[in-house]
Design a protein around this ligand. Structure first.
Ligand code: XBP
Ligand code: MG
Length: 240
């Protein structure tokens, strides 16, 4: 074996190699594929106005509320703190969340939320090398469709072997359910895969499923604790 070959074999595997070598890349959506939380926040506020609630979530409030994953759960959490005596019924919360989701679709269409740096190249190159792609997210399938139909391509879902959304499982992140469901559907072992996430809740969810995690830091979770991540980057530029 010549020195060149030996040096390549002994070279520590770069992060790019780790990404390319994974049997499955499992991608989070909000914050990872695109900076969508600002639009989610506006959609929640539009729903509150339409429903006649005097609620308004500014960025500071929303950053705290994002510790609760899932829009319906976030509404309930806010309602409990704002009006401890009054508990919105599940049907009232579900109705409010449907309104919010409708506004999210309207806002995404109006404001064309772009993919974050490096995401389109990662997806394109992953497909070119025959790698399996999956999505594991807390949001709804309709929100993924609204975002990726415009930001990626009309037939975006053909690029992914499976898509697991928040309401497909019993427990949302930081529980591992969405990641365990991806593994079960695709029949891969956790260590063969790599999750790409943006938040501590996402890191906990994938790690609890035994999946190594690359963190691509996003706007609302920049100062989260990412201990245990395989690596933390500011974005996916040049990593695809
Ligand atoms: C982020 C979330 C979602 C969104 C709002 O999901 O926690 O709840 O904030 O979307 P991801 P919904 O796992 O993709 O980072 O209102 O549809 O929940
Ligand atoms: Mg996220």
């Amino acid at each position: 074996m010549n020195v060149e070959t030996l040096s390549v074999l002994l070279r520590p595997r770069s992060l790019k190699d780790r990404i390319a070598d994974a049997a499955v890349l499992i991608l989070d959506v909000d914050g990872t594929l695109a900076e969508t939380e600002g639009i989610h926040r506006r959609a929640f506020n539009a729903a509150f106005i339409e429903a006649g609630f005097d609620w308004y979530w500014d960025q500071r409030t929303y950053k705290k509320l994002l510790r609760t994953t899932g829009g319906k759960e976030r509404i309930q959490a806010f309602g409990r703190t704002r009006y401890p005596g009054i508990c919105l019924s599940d049907s009232e919360v579900a109705k409010l969340h449907r309104t919010k989701t409708r506004h999210y679709g309207r806002l995404i269409a109006q404001h064309t939320c772009r993919l974050r740096p490096g995401v389109a190249a990662l997806i394109r190159n992953s497909r070119a090398r025959g790698q399996t792609l999956a999505i594991a997210t807390t949001t709804t399938y309709s929100n993924i469709d609204e975002l990726l139909s415009v930001a990626l391509e009309a037939n975006w879902c053909d690029l992914f072997a499976t898509v697991v959304a928040g309401d497909d499982v019993a427990r949302k992140k930081p529980a591992p359910d969405v990641y365990l469901e991806v593994l079960a559907r695709l029949g891969y072992g956790a260590s063969e895969c790599l999750a790409i996430e943006d938040s501590a809740n996402g890191l906990k969810a994938a790690s609890s499923a035994g999946i190594p995690v690359l963190i691509s830091r996003s706007e609302y979770f920049r100062d989260d604790d990412f201990s245990g991540a395989l690596a933390v980057v500011d974005d996916l530029t040049e990593l695809g």
